[in-house]
Ligand binder design. Structure first.
Ligand SMILES: Nc1ncnc2c1ncn2[C@@H]1O[C@H](COP(=O)(O)OP(=O)(O)OP(=O)(O)O)[C@@H](O)[C@H]1O
Length: 575
């Protein structure tokens, strides 16, 4: 395959890219910049430079002919989005992108990949449920007593056996309880909340219909990135196939009018990114009165200081039922303890906490390797590894959007077929990039943290951390793009002694807990880098972090959490 998707980075704007400035990356800026989902914010005000960047030249398939949006504006708060956001004619160019409609044919709707050789090993993972009066786990789909249509859809999706998080979460949700669930990446958390919610809706009936002027969905699912929210929507659409439940997705970077048109056609399950959701609420295009189920996927991310304020605004929006009157469900693979405490504000006091294996632990089906590679040797090493890998699908994570462009360009020049995804690309380009990667047209995807969480892409065999992320939780999510659903995968991380030492200790712990080899040099750095309160190796401690209501104060696998860790350079850690 020839080189594709060259994204040149030598425009004056990109060399001045403010988001590479560390002080702008953590939501502390004096300007009140809020480091929210650039997905949501960046295209609204036209960027720091007042307008979108000019089109960048490219080669290959020509999909770079789109102009790229500016970057600085992505720090704007949701309020300014809602007030003067995409829909505003006065601020920045209008977003006109209308995503292609989802597939209509049954084969595409139910297309799925095979579970891997380690799927059955899920059964050996320890599960802890805390909180009072938890209903017993179920062992089979039949025990869930779902309606025939749902059972048919489950079968068509290729699900024959429940994963642990499903065994425990489904009866809890069916019993009407609030839930915080933590389970390893790729272990089926999406179906764990979708199936029981759909079962409730089928049982209780739905009120929203296309004939109503104001759409009032019964279920609201929020997630941090556009691609993830779209993926959840496709899952909701799959499981609700043949029912009268209608799922809708709305996200930034697309035409606002398109989002509204989707909603007015009827909306029972609304999947949304926070910025677009607040826009639509602000425009009174949906009512929240009927919300019975509120789901925060990647909940720790949704509650951290990037999205947390928006989520608080969401639950205090006019019409939103109080936590006593709705069912609130939170899912993630990582759940720092201080975020768990914040979550209490959203949940009934008797919520249940399900921990499948180690909270924040890495998936054991991913073989993890950490290499000591200095900044200036990284490119050479990357090419060497990619040449060995051949055409196997690989995600390469870097720390900044600018670097994503740069590395993608570099790999294309090296004749390695590469595409890229990050928050400065137009939504159309992002979707094209993901599509090219999914179908194998471009086996290498260079990504920022925007692609770290939730994305479920078949056959990703390798994850390479060209740059390590600033937090260990982010590391766990990134490497979780491979080794999904019982399949095996490999993760290789470049550890730079100049910048990554703060990660040594939590990294050793994550490796140890996942029964991976720990390089002696890494252990040495870990021991010499003191982190107050870090409990060191806890191989024997299966639940290093648990339900915070138990009053334990041990750190989770992270040692750091996303809200407290130093975040020196990761310009999309808040995406
Ligand atoms: N019981 C099951 N049987 C077979 N496949 C399943 C089952 N449950 C989920 N899957 C499949 O496993 C894959 C991973 O599921 P999902 O994306 O929900 O994982 P996740 O736990 O949410 O991961 P992440 O933490 O990365 O968001 C999906 O392709 C999904 O369709």
């Amino acid at each position: 395959m020839g080189p594709r998707n060259l994204f040149l980075t030598n425009s004056p704007e990109s060399s001045n890219d403010c988001e590479d400035n560390p002080t702008r990356n953590r939501g502390f800026s004096k300007r009140g910049d809020n480091d929210l989902d650039p997905d949501e914010c960046m295209q609204r005000t036209g960027g720091l430079f007042g307008s979108r960047r000019p089109a960048l030249s490219g080669t290959g398939n020509g999909d770079t002919s789109q102009s790229r949006s500016g970057s600085g504006s992505e720090r704007d708060s949701w309020k300014s989005e809602a007030e003067g956001g995409e829909s505003s004619d006065t601020q920045g160019p209008k977003v006109t992108y209308i995503p292609p409609p989802p597939p209509e044919d049954e084969d595409s709707i139910f297309a799925h990949y095979q579970t891997g050789i380690n799927f059955d090993k899920y059964d050996t993972i320890l599960v802890e449920v805390s909180g009072h009066d938890a209903p017993p786990a179920i062992l089979t789909f039949e025990e869930a007593n779902l309606c025939q249509t749902l059972n048919n859809n489950i079968a068509k999706a290729g699900y024959t056996k429940l994963t642990p998080v499903q065994k425990y979460s489904i009866p809890i949700i069916l019993a009407g309880r609030d839930l915080m669930a933590c389970a390893q990446t790729g272990s089926g958390k999406t179906a764990a909340f979708l199936l029981p919610i759909l079962a409730h809706m089928m049982h209780d009936g739905i009120t929203a219909s296309r004939f109503k002027e104001l759409q009032e969905p019964e279920c609201l699912i929020v997630a941090p990135t556009r691609e993830l929210v779209n993926q959840i929507y496709l899952e909701a659409r799959k499981f609700s196939f043949g029912t009268c439940v209608r799922a809708v997705v709305i996200y930034g970077g697309t035409q606002l009018g398109h989002s509204i048109r989707q909603i007015v056609q009827g909306c029972n399950i609304l999947c949304a990114t926070p910025g677009r959701l607040m826009d639509i609420i602000g425009k009174e295009k949906i009512g929240l009165k009927q919300i019975k189920y509120l789901v925060l996927d990647e909940a720790d991310r949704m509650l951290d200081m990037g999205f947390g304020p928006e989520m608080k605004k969401l639950i205090s929006c006019p019409g939103m039922p109080s936590k006593e009157q709705r069912q609130t469900l939170m899912f993630s693979a990582t759940f720092p303890e201080e975020i768990q405490r914040l979550a209490a504000e959203f949940l009934k006091s008797n919520y249940l906490f399900v921990a499948v294996g180690q909270v924040g632990g890495a998936c054991r089906d991913v073989q993890q390797t950490v290499l000591q590679v200095g900044q200036f040797s990284k490119r050479e090493k990357l090419v060497e590894i990619l040449r060995n890998i051949g055409d196997e699908r690989t995600m390469v994570f870097v720390e900044t959007k600018k670097k994503a462009d740069f590395i993608a360009t570099f790999l294309c020049q090296e004749k390695i077929s590469t595409t890229s995804i990050h928050g400065d690309r137009e939504q159309k380009e992002r979707e094209q990039a993901l599509g090219d990667f999914r179908c194998g047209k471009c086996p290498v995807l260079v990504a920022t943290s925007v692609a770290a969480r939730g994305l479920d892409i078949e056959n990703v065999q390798h994850v390479i951390n060209f740059d390590l992320p600033s937090t260990i939780d982010e590391y766990v999510h990134r490497i979780g793009r491979t080794g999904r659903c019982g399949n095996t995968g490999r993760a290789i991380s470049f550890f730079d002694l100049e910048s990554d030492n703060h990660l040594a200790q939590p990294l050793v712990k994550v490796l140890t807990d996942a029964q991976q080899d720990v390089p002696a040099w890494l252990e040495e750095i870990a021991f010499s880098t003191y982190i107050p309160g870090f409990s060191g190796s806890t191989r024997g401690n299966v639940f290093a972090s648990v339900d915070t209501r138990k009053g334990k104060s041990s750190l989770n696998t992270a040692g750091f959490s996303s809200s407290q860790a130093p975040n020196p350079v990761d310009d999309e850690s808040w995406d």
